[in-house]
Design a protein around this ligand. Sequence first.
Ligand code: HSE
Length: 335
Amino acid sequence: MRVAKVAIAGVGGVGRATAMLLLSRSARYLRLYRTEVRLVAVCGSRSGLCDPRGIEPGQLDTLEPGLSGPEFMTASGADILIEAGPSDFRTGRPGLDYIRSALADGRDAIVVSKGALVHSGRELRDLTRISGANLKISGATAGALPTIDLVEHSLLGGTVLRLEGILNATTNYLLDAMTARGIGFDEALQEAQAGGFAESDPRNDTEGWDTASKLLILANFGLGLDLTMDDLVVQGIQSVTGEQIAALRTENLVPKLIGSLVRESGGVRAEVGIRTYSPADPLALVRGKNKAVRIITDAMGETVAIGSGTEPLATSAAALKDLEHILAARSAKGP
Ligand code: HSE
């Protein structure tokens, strides 16, 4: 019987949901991977909890002040970090310190927040190469929608020539509500905030930064590129008016906020902005808070995935899908 000791940094909606889902799946991990998965530590920015015997669900409401930070997580003895804290792509923090510490020590990391991956992607990829640790990022690349798995696994038989996606639920919800129901931007945004999928600062969604972050992470971690935010042209939907939406409707065009990446001779063009589609295009059919990605490869044609889920469960489940990939790889190595 193997033991996997997990620590979760971040006790907001996704962190807590991940902890609860992980604890509810212990029998599944035993059965499928012959592994006792033990949650040994959780922490937020100022408080936390450590129990080497394994934290129980009821303990998650009894965090102690002062138990926080990368050193606390290291001292917990965890060999897998799930990082689900706040995301800031301009500094990478606070996630960067946790992820850097785990990877440098050869501990596997499952990353949900995008900031560190955008800010210090090259350093983190180098650390995984040097230490041999796994770095899994499904939760940071559109969560339940398969994106990084498609390029890393399913479409590995080809070279990605083009990728375009509706990578942000909030902006799709807004544009869809304005188009289909004729409501205004502010009213649609209030609905997205009530739905729990808009960022706490919704300008990250509406100005295109969340889409840009996911696109950049896919480009660098999935396609082996080395882009920075300065390489992307980013335009959001914050200035879209009801009149513009009505005009597109009369032309039978459906607007979407798209992150796109095209390989060109001599480089790559990556941008975020509104594109319009005819109603029959698969991307035009992506309604509400659903997301989608279309990938075109040289040898495997065109693939479209559409989906979402209810947050925070969907992103938590995506992070725990990454955990299962790690457990499966450990099982395959033998005792
Ligand atoms: N605010 C994001 C979205 C969710 O609307 O898709 C986190 O990435």
